[in-house]
Design a protein around this ligand. Structure first.
Ligand code: 5GP
Length: 210
């Protein structure tokens, strides 16, 4: 009997900074086998709690430009005056090894990937419960200066306007509920008929055994 295999999918989570998507991605990675995260390259300064190669690959603007010229990015964009890009090779290798890939990228990156690979894409927009709550979360995570936080709050409204471009919208009232919802979306999307390679042969064999 033919083995049933599945096409890997790309799961994109976007939200304004501080809405909780990094926590959701980390929780998913802990509970899901066959899921890997794409680690982006950035020119942003490393925060004290971040590790190079785990949270991001931190590079100079010159190195970032070199990678653009060498076509090493799947997508790239400027966010908050810094550059961010997704390494292409990792995504290709991971999908072809039968794993899914989860991305924490903004709406610009989502649009670029949608144009290249719409069929293999599942997109989720994470909304904060309110702007006041978003600001509280940015302040209590204590990672950015007051100036950067007010910049991010000004940008949040523009980010929020992109929610209609996503397949799913999850409002993050409670982090455990949001993780469970995103996990359900991933599990359901894995069962889409088009993602189950060899299904016709599998069912035909069941109906007409030799
Ligand atoms: P942060 O500086 O807070 O880590 O991220 C700022 C924003 O950049 C977030 O909205 C995050 O999703 C987005 N971002 C991170 N990596 C990438 C990337 O590789 N490509 C794009 N387009 N956006 C990214």
């Amino acid at each position: 009997m033919k083995n049933l295999t599945r096409r890997g999918l790309m799961l994109i989570l976007s939200s304004p900074s501080g809405a909780g998507k990094t926590t959701i991605v980390n929780a998913l990675l802990n509970s899901e086998t066959h899921l890997k995260t794409s680690i982006s390259v950035t020119t942003r300064e490393k925060r004290p709690n971040e590790v190079d190669g785990r949270d991001y690959y931190f590079v100079t603007p010159e190195e970032f430009q070199r990678r653009i010229d060498a076509e090493e990015f799947f997508e790239y964009a400027e966010v908050f005056e810094n550059h961010y890009g997704t390494p292409k090779q990792f995504v290709m290798d991971t999908l072809s090894s039968g794993h899914d890939v989860v991305f924490d990228i903004d709406w610009q990156g989502t649009q670029q990937i949608s144009q290249a690979a719409r069929d293999d894409l599942v997109t989720i927009f994470i909304l904060p419960p309110s702007l006041a709550e978003l600001e509280t979360r940015l302040r209590t995570r204590n990672q950015d200066s007051a100036e950067i936080i007010s910049h991010r709050m000004r940008e949040a409204s523009a980010e929020l306007s992109h929610w209609p471009e996503y397949n799913y919208v999850v409002t993050n009232h409670d982090i455990n509920d949001s993780v469970a919802t995103v996990r359900s979306i991933l599990h359901a999307e894995r069962h889409r008929r088009k993602r189950q390679v060899g299904l016709a042969d599998f069912v035909n064999h069941m109906r007409h055994p030799v």
